[in-house]
Design a protein around this ligand. Structure first.
Ligand SMILES: [Zn+2]
Length: 173
């Protein structure tokens, strides 16, 4: 498969799934890419909500990967936090046309107001595989498809101190 899209709310295990691919496919030349907005959680490696760690390449724009030797050599590219990349759709389409690398890309299915973030979900028609992961509702324990912000703050990046995963009922109240 050339393009796999992984999405879902926060705390659904999207990063952990990418890290599992990295582990399972470790014989291939594989890189893990993340956005610097996620840097408060780690330094040169990424730490997921369940404390998995891996080495990571940070770029503000996916086009910056063209200047990275690790990317040029890679057969498999894992990209996390795709909702932060405004060049995601264009970049992936162009790279798929080159017919070389496999991409596994992950990002949020929506923000806490249930709006789309970025444009990576526009890649669904280009995808070989689409995975929607669920979390567990922090209020009732049912499967959670949504993310809710629990504090009125401009701060965007955070864990359970700022966000909860919710079912449809509890996203509203
Ligand atoms: Zn609930």
């Amino acid at each position: 498969m050339r393009l796999t899209i992984i999405t879902g709310p926060m705390f659904a295990g999207k990063s952990s799934m990418l890290l599992r691919y990295k582990h399972e496919l470790s014989n291939d030349n594989i890189i893990y890419v993340n956005h610097p907005k996620d840097l408060n959680r780690q330094s040169a490696c990424v730490v997921t909500h369940d404390n998995n760690k891996t080495d990571c390449i940070y770029v503000e724009k996916l086009y910056h990967l063209h200047n990275k030797s690790e990317y040029i050599k890679a057969n498999i590219v894992l990209i996390d936090e795709c909702q932060f990349y405004d060049d995601c759709k264009e970049f992936i389409i162009q790279e798929l046309e080159k017919n070389k690398k496999k991409f596994y890309i992950a990002g949020l299915s929506g923000d806490c107001k249930q709006n789309k973030m970025g444009n990576f979900l526009d890649l669904i028609p280009y995808a070989d595989n689409f995975i929607f992961l669920k979390s567990k509702c922090d209020y009732c324990g049912m499967p959670a498809s949504f993310t809710k912000k629990i504090k009125e703050t401009q701060e965007e990046i955070g864990g359970k101190n700022l966000y909860k995963a919710t079912c449809r009922k509890h996203v509203l109240n």
